[in-house]
Design a protein around this ligand. Structure first.
Ligand SMILES: [Fe+2]
Length: 131
C-alpha cells in the first residue's frame, strides 16, 4: 500500500516544509449542500497558495475525487498541456449525488507520491415539492 500524505502532517513544520506540503495538497471547493439527483460541481485545486513544478521529471499525473471508499471520478493530466513553469492545476468535477457525501480529493505527484485533501461533508437533500 502506498504512503498517503496530507497537509496536516506537515502543518507544524518550518515554512519550507509547509510550502512543500502546500504545493502538493489538493484542496476541494464546493457548496456544503446539494440536491439529490441534480448535477453538483466540485472544484479541486492542487496547492492552497504555492505552485508545484510542471517539469518532465516532476509533475502531477492525476486528480481523483472520492466519496469515502467510492471513486466518483478521475482526471488524467497531460503535463505538456499546463506549460513548463510551476502551476496550480485545477479541475472541476460535475456528478449526480444520490446520498450525502464525505468527499476527499487525491492527487499523484510522480516524484513525491500520493496526496490527500481535507475531507468535505456535503448534505444531500430532496428538492422541495413543486406545485
Ligand atoms: Fe512534487
Amino acid at each position: 500500500m502506498p504512503r498517503l500524505f496530507s497537509y496536516s502532517q506537515f502543518a507544524s513544520g518550518s515554512d519550507k516544509v509547509k510550502a512543500y506540503a502546500d504545493k502538493h495538497s489538493p484542496v476541494i471547493t464546493c457548496d456544503n449542500q446539494a440536491k439529490r439527483n441534480q448535477p453538483f460541481k466540485v472544484k479541486v485545486k492542487i496547492g492552497r497558495n504555492v505552485k508545484h513544478p510542471n517539469a518532465p521529471d516532476h509533475h502531477y499525473e492525476y486528480i481523483q475525487l472520492w466519496n469515502l471508499e467510492t471513486l466518483i471520478s478521475e482526471v488524467r493530466l497531460q503535463r505538456a498541456s499546463y506549460g513548463d513553469q510551476p502551476v496550480q492545476i485545477e479541475t472541476e468535477f460535475t456528478f449526480i449525488p444520490k446520498v450525502s457525501l464525505r468527499l476527499t480529493a487525491m492527487a499523484y505527484c510522480n516524484k513525491h507520491g500520493l496526496w490527500m485533501s481535507d475531507e468535505v461533508v456535503v448534505h444531500v437533500t430532496d428538492q422541495p415539492e413543486m406545485d
